[in-house]
Design a protein around this ligand. Structure first.
Ligand code: NAD
Length: 496
């Protein structure tokens, strides 16, 4: 195996103890094998966690701005290698090259942002209730962190977690998705080239079994996970039992509302990008379009016209708008949901089948699909499909539109198109979601803003922005008594 197709532990590229591997094909051209990647077992996880623990004291003692310098170098290298990384990412997971360039750019932005935060890891100083006493809080790293991610943003999402974790002085064992192992390896090589010390960042490849072994490992102090609700709930049970700090970022069923006064050109452009960008395989993808009845028919007709023009294909080819689904299982799932939509009585307006014309037959392509006549009770309006399937609902008022938007167990992203400033402000408050866009699609996160969801999408933490630094640090409360005598809080501070 070439170096990049191994695990990376304590500064060395290693085979797994068992020699077990898994195959990863290009989802657009399944004959194109990306490689055989290691399937890590308990021994491999042990080695990686041991390395992370060993590296912890020196890394956490390194002044934070010096850690920031390494993050800055990582940002520079990501910038230098942007095109190469994006090409390989597209080859591995399918979204068009322009989108994977955006994915790498998000990692670059996150690197520089995290580097700047290393000069701002603020604590607080607070007045004491006693004389000659000084109170403050400082931040300490959490320890060795396990990071487990999904495949759909295989460069950006891991770095949302890895960079702040490193900035705060933690060490890391990273398990990327088995559907995007090559991106994980290319990132790892880049970190090593940027001078991340041995053991501070370790890579283990594999699937759910490897991930589960990492989560329950006693040497792992905290886990940050992005992926499905099924996997996240399992991880939550384990971390709850073991009292481990846990951040969960999971699924979405995001709605775009379009009111009767909206700029329809803008709303149309927004939904096309939100619903069919990344083939609908984004946690923030627009999977429901809630249209005010006054503009419902006209917008649906215009949308169908535009959907017909979307070009499917291999994302590294010129002019492609929509790539494949990630694998055979995803193809089966999307096909099943189209069937469910039909059975539930929704009207299939366009798409609904695997796309097999010409070269598309070599990949996991699915036609961009639109259902109208969808009601909030239908499964296609409530469950995450994670594919290019858009469900259109008709609302008679702002209140009904918001009720529909909120009728799901998820709460990640949301959007409303309106020219009425009062409705825009009401929506910011009324929609149950971690993110609301006004006159923009449900996708478009910026690296320096908190990212995450409410309800079943998450467990209250955020990736991105300033809040993520709280997850990767513990607060230590410090009292300095310079009075030279014993002062008893709650006893010496009250007049007797
Ligand atoms: P997945 O849950 O199948 O896999 C995610 C990761 O978890 C993979 O690395 C996998 O190997 C690992 N894993 C699976 N079961 C595990 C277990 N029991 N213990 C430990 N690790 C385990 O998800 P996926 O198919 O890769 O990604 C799609 C899902 O991710 C969608 O639901 C999507 O909405 C969600 N997602 C959420 C966000 C967000 O920020 N909220 C971002 C991207 C994707």
């Amino acid at each position: 195996m070439p170096d990049p197709f191994r695990n990376f532990v304590d500064g060395s590229w290693l085979d797994t103890a068992s020699g077990a591997t898994f195959e990863k094909p290009n989802p657009a051209r399944t004959q194109d094998l990306i490689g055989h990647f290691p399937e890590s077992g308990q021994e491999d996880i042990d080695a990686a966690v041991t390395a992370a623990r060993k590296a912890l004291p020196a890394w956490s003692d390194t002044p934070a701005p010096q850690r920031g310098e390494i993050l800055r170098r990582i940002g520079d290298l990501l910038t230098e290698r942007k095109q190469e990384l994006a090409f390989e990412e597209t080859r591995e997971m399918g979204k068009p090259f322009a989108e994977t360039c955006g994915d790498v750019q998000e990692a670059i932005d996150t690197a520089y942002y995290a580097a700047s935060e290393t000069r701002r890891l603020f604590g607080r100083t607070v007045p004491s209730e006693l004389p000659d006493k000084f109170n403050m809080s400082i931040r300490r790293p959490v320890g060795a962190v396990g990071i487990i991610t999904a495949w759909n943003f295989p460069i950006a999402v891991p770095t949302w977690k890895i960079f702040p974790a490193l900035a705060c002085g933690n060490t890391i064992v990273f398990k990327p998705s088995e559907d995007a192992p090559h991106s994980g390896m290319l990132l790892t090589r880049l970190f090593a080239d940027a001078g991340v010390p041995a053991g501070v960042f370790n890579l283990v490849q594999g699937g759910a079994v490897s991930g589960a072994a990492l989560v329950k490992h006693p040497g792992i102090d905290a886990v940050s996970f992005t992926g499905s609700n099924d996997a996240g709930s399992n991880i939550g049970e384990v971390c709850g039992r073991l009292n481990k700090r846990l951040s969960l970022e999971m699924g979405g069923k995001n709605a775009q509302i379009v009111m009767s006064d909206a700029d329809l050109d803008l709303a149309l452009e927004g939904v096309l990008w939100g619903a069919f960008g990344t083939t609908g395989q984004r946690c923030t993808a627009t999977s429901r379009l809630i249209l005010h009845e006054a503009i419902h028919d006209v917008l649906v007709e215009r949308l169908i016209e535009q959907v017909q023009k979307l070009v499917l294909g291999y994302g590294n080819d010129e002019g492609v708008n929509v790539g494949p689904l990630i694998n055979e299982k995803a193809l089966e799932k999307v096909t099943r949901y189209v069937e469910i939509g039909r059975t539930e009585g929704a009207t299939l307006r366009i798409g609904g089948r695997r796309a097999t014309q010409g070269a598309l037959g070599d990949g996991f392509f699915f036609e961009p699909t639109l259902f109208t006549g969808v009601t909030p009770q239908m499964r296609i309006a409530r469950e995450e499909i994670f594919g290019p399937v858009l469900s259109v609902l008709r609302a008679t008022s702002y209140e009904e539109a918001v009720r529909m938007a909120n009728a799901t167990r998820y709460g990640l992203s949301s959007s409303i198109y309106t020219r009425d400033v009062r409705l825009a402000y009401r929506a910011m408050k009324d929609i149950e979601a971690g993110i609301t866009y006004i006159n923009g699609p449900t996708i478009g996160a910026e690296a320096h803003m908190p990212f995450g969801g409410v309800k079943q999408t998450g467990n209250g933490h955020r990736d991105g922005g300033w809040e993520v630094f709280d997850f990767y640090t513990e607060t230590k409360t410090v009292y300095v008594d310079y009075s030279g005598r014993l002062q008893k809080a709650q006893m010496d501070n009250v007049a007797s």
